[in-house]
Design a protein around this ligand. Structure first.
Ligand SMILES: C=C(O[C@H]1C=CC=C(C(=O)O)[C@@H]1O)C(=O)O
Ligand SMILES: [Mg+2]
Length: 474
């Protein structure tokens, strides 16, 4: 009884925004976006993701390492999917701005991470050849979710987005949305998340010897001055007898990688997911943030060894070199796009479950013409993912890596109507499609890189995803 009354009230409330939107759509003879945001009962965002089974293929999950904002989008009120060549960042921004013109928000202001926002990302290199592996993952692919759950500041918000076309029956539309919304929330509330069981699967390393040779050649050419640094990645092919599940993967990643971004991008039958410790760029009003994360060692068996390894990393010239190239490039990009750029003089350590990295945060105040996406364009790929100089390094990866990176190490994240949002570098990640998965890991190669130790480094970097698939964390 009570539930029905609330729904009726809400339908009336919804209708106000929808009617205004419909009138505008009719007047301007174009689609108008209406977004309504409201507080809902506390929900586990993963339950919301997992129970939205009717929306498979469009689901997106995102969380920053501090768990300040967790976003789960299901369904698509609008999609942007392009295989463009080089201007996909700016084109995405233009299309988004166009859609937002005349958009109606009820209420007009709500917390960051609510309201109309896009979830998705970009491919690593739009100029690279495409293979069936990444089918469904465009060079730019963003979804404005039909339903967006936002967990922030200890509260849960639900945003419903609808694109109204001229002449649409809003009463009918409003009724349908309210029903779908109720169904989704009820399903999420009733859903019980259980720790997923261990899984067994076969792992095949794709041409590890060839990869080591490519590393040796790259290091030699770097010593000869061809370029300063290149990041070379390799792939594991995983096969199981049963289908891999994105929700089980996210569950394990959330448990085991508390200091990383968590992301899952579902497109069609496939899901790209991971737990990356690396921020590409974040915009929050008048602040822009990035991080330089490059240079790696393992975790110790005990606190003493861990500390010792960390100290060795901080003073190791090879890793310092790998890191310094990244700091140099990101600092320059910030100096072009921002004022008041702040970069510490020396790196500290960033520790996650399987590795420790050299870490330098970067901060600035964006110039008036600087947008989140213009910074993505400036930065991606940083020398932590591509190399330096950027164009030469990416061309080198395209020619020699011999695999389709797709979205691995590319920008993945979100962007809202205010121009705020955040993109992570999609590393420690993998693509699952039914009973198959492809995992990716790479290393920054510099002049004194040794193929065997870089190979060991990739083994550590595969661990989060092997364990996310249900392996024992080999
Ligand atoms: C390219 C990856 O890591 C980058 C990020 C941190 C440390 C790195 C390194 O030490 O080589 C890499 O530049 C990856 O995990 O696949
Ligand atoms: Mg390294």
């Amino acid at each position: 009884m009570g539930g029905r009354t609330v729904t009726t009230m809400r339908e009336l409330h919804n209708l106000a925004g929808l009617k205004e939107g419909a009138a505008r759509a009719r007047r301007e003879q174009r689609p108008v976006l209406v977004s309504r945001t409201r507080l809902v009962n506390s929900l586990d965002p993963l339950s919301f993701f997992a129970s939205a089974t009717g929306y498979r293929g469009t689901r997106n999950f995102w969380s920053d390492p501090d768990r300040e904002v967790t976003l789960v989008g299901v369904g698509a009120a609008w999609k942007l999917e392009t295989h463009t060549r080089e201007d996909s960042y700016l084109k995405t921004g233009q299309e988004w701005d166009h859609l937002l013109k005349g958009a109606i928000r009820v209420p007009a202001e709500a917390p960051t991470g609510t309201g109309p926002l896009l979830l998705g990302g970009f491919s690593f290199d739009p100029l690279a050849g495409k293979t069936p592996l990444w089918e469904g993952f465009f060079d730019a692919s963003f979804i404005l979710p039909q339903f967006l759950l936002t967990v922030t500041g200890g509260e849960c918000w639900l945003t419903v987005n609808v694109l109204l076309h001229p002449g649409e029956d809003v009463e009918q539309r409003g009724k349908m949305l309210a029903e779908q919304e109720d169904e989704l929330l009820e399903a999420a509330e009733d859903f019980h998340l259980f720790p997923p069981a261990r899984a067994s699967f076969d792992v095949v390393e794709v041409e590890p010897d060839r990869w080591k040779k490519t590393v040796a050649t790259a290091a030699r050419e770097i010593r000869e001055g061809a370029l300063e640094k290149v990041v070379l990645a390799r792939q594991l092919r995983v096969q199981s007898e049963t289908s891999f599940s994105p929700e089980a993967g996210l569950y394990r990643l959330r448990e085991r990688q508390p200091h990383s971004f968590l992301f899952a991008v579902e497109r069609g039958e496939a899901c790209f997911l991971g737990a990356s410790p690396e921020r590409l760029v974040k915009r929050e009003g008048e602040r822009l943030y990035s991080t330089c994360l490059a240079g790696t060692t393992r975790r110790g068996e005990d606190p003493e060894e861990d500390r010792k390894l960390g100290e060795e990393l901080l003073s190791d010239p090879k890793n310092e070199g790998e890191h310094a190239v990244v700091v140099h490039m990101i600092r320059e990009a910030f100096q072009q796009g921002c004022s008041q750029v702040r970069v510490p003089d020396s790196p500290t350590l960033y520790r996650v479950r399987d590795v420790q990295h050299l870490f330098t945060p970067v901060e600035g105040t964006p110039l008036p013409e600087t947008t989140l996406l213009s910074m993505v364009q400036q930065l991606h790929p940083t020398p932590a993912l591509g190399g330096f100089p950027q164009k030469e390094a990416v061309a080198r990866i395209r020619e020699t890596e011999g695999m389709d990176r797709g979205w691995y190490s590319a920008p993945v994240g979100w962007l809202d109507y205010r121009g705020d949002g955040e993109f992570a570098c999609a590393i420690r990640s993998g693509l699952i499609r039914g009973r198959e998965a492809s995992l990716f890991a790479g290393c920054g190669i510099v002049g004194d890189s040794e193929p065997d130790s870089e190979y060991e480094e990739t083994k550590l970097k595969f661990k989060p995803m092997l364990s996310a698939l249900g392996g024992d964390g080999r």
